[in-house]
Design a protein around this ligand. Structure first.
Ligand SMILES: Nc1ncnc2c1ncn2[C@@H]1O[C@H](COP(=O)(O)OP(=O)(O)O)[C@@H](O)[C@H]1O
Ligand SMILES: [Mg+2]
Length: 354
């Protein structure tokens, strides 16, 4: 078999641009150079596609500053399968580049993990890592995720949905109790989320969440441990669960907000999570059920709350979880015997099989 051209598409228009750059740097560095030719395609925060030449090793958070995609030769992936990757040069000429065999969209959040780029890649006829249009869109939307999982009998928390046309009424929400988590239905990295401990904070929290999406969730707070589980397809397409991991907040952080996730040394991780064997098994089973319920493919990270009573409640499903060197998804797989380069290789191979 000849060398495989893998386009790693990263950056993008979402609030998780910087994290995507860091994830992509790790993925590119881990693709076996004897087997793969990497075509790095950055998407600027404004949405321009460029062929980048950045050294993957430089794609890191330095002094709390996130890297971003800024420059490169303009390129587009045509939605026409006979056209492929086209370089736009100044002047009149366009140049068709050698086609890519597979795309690894290392993009988090909007225009990346939500089915939009997946739709473009379907149109272009290029295989890609991760789930298709519907599963990506369903998992991106926390309200739809809960509906689909509940329909399969999986436990999810209580919530209400707000649209911009709705009047916000505490009376209609008070059954959720306090605190509540107010969040955009489609966002990530804790952006736009507020933990509301007093109803007087609700209006501001709702306004902030609406800055990120036109659908807002008000969720009852679940009291439980934060447990995550990786799912990966094996060679025949069966979803397999990794060992679960626990995120424990330390140093005064009360919930897993953006700062806690990426900037402060605010979390401790137990990989594997210290759980009784039957709870570990239940988390793993629930993770693969959630994967199937949403029609996922390739990979997913399923995030849970596990209560003292041993209930396993799904919080959310991420179809393109973080791939930074400290990200949970690759770490859970490493602890399950699949190291980072092997993981990336299996994901690309799974995409090529489809
Ligand atoms: N219903 C909830 N109960 C308790 N904690 C929550 C709830 N919703 C969110 N959180 C806290 O907020 C964090 C981020 O929320 P999450 O829904 O996972 O959004 P994101 O997609 O941004 O990661 C969670 O990891 C958890 O710490
Ligand atoms: Mg989360």
């Amino acid at each position: 078999m000849g060398r495989i051209r893998v386009a790693v598409v990263y950056g993008g228009r979402s609030s998780e641009h910087g994290i995507s750059v860091v994830s992509a740097g790790s993925v590119m560095g881990a693709l076996d150079p004897d087997k793969y030719d990497v075509v790095p395609i950055g998407i600027t925060p404004a949405g321009a596609w460029v062929l980048t030449e950045t050294d993957p090793a430089a794609m890191k958070i330095i002094d709390r500053v996130q890297p971003s995609v800024s420059s490169g030769a303009p390129v587009v992936l045509a939605p026409d399968p006979t056209a492929g990757l086209v370089q736009l040069s100044t002047g009149s000429a366009v140049q068709t580049l050698e086609s890519v065999d597979v795309v690894f969209p290392v993009l988090h959040g909007k225009f990346g993990e939500d089915g939009t780029i997946q739709g473009l890649l379907e149109m272009a006829g290029v295989p890609y890592v991760g789930p298709g249009v519907f599963a990506s869109a369903a998992a991106m939307d926390k309200a739809f995720t809960k509906k689909l999982l509940a329909a399969e009998g999986l436990a999810v928390g209580s919530y209400e949905v707000l649209r911009p046309r709705d009047t916000v009424s505490v009376a209609a929400l008070s059954h959720l109790g306090l605190p509540v988590f107010v969040k955009p239905s489609r966002a990530g990295s804790s952006v736009g989320i507020t933990k509301v401990a007093d109803w007087s904070q609700l209006a501001d929290a709702v306004e902030l969440a609406f800055e990120h999406d036109d659908k807002v969730l008000i969720e009852a707070a679940v009291v439980g441990r934060e447990i995550e589980c990786g799912v990966l397809e094996d060679a025949d397409g069966t979803p397999i669960a990794s060992v679960p991991a626990e995120i424990r907040l330390v140093r005064g952080h009360d919930w897993y907000d953006f700062e806690a996730k990426y900037l402060d040394d605010a979390c401790e991780f137990d990989i594997p999570a210290v759980l009784p064997p039957e709870l570990t098994a239940l988390v793993q089973q629930t993770a693969t059920k959630a994967f199937t319920a949403l029609d996922c493919a390739g990979l997913a990270r399923v995030d849970f709350f596990v209560t003292d009573a041993g209930e396993v409640i799904v919080n959310e499903v991420n179809t393109m979880p973080g791939f930074t060197p400290i990200s949970m998804y690759p770490k859970m797989w490493a602890a399950s015997g699949v190291d980072y380069p092997t993981l990336v290789d299996r994901l690309v191979q799974a995409a090529l099989r489809r």
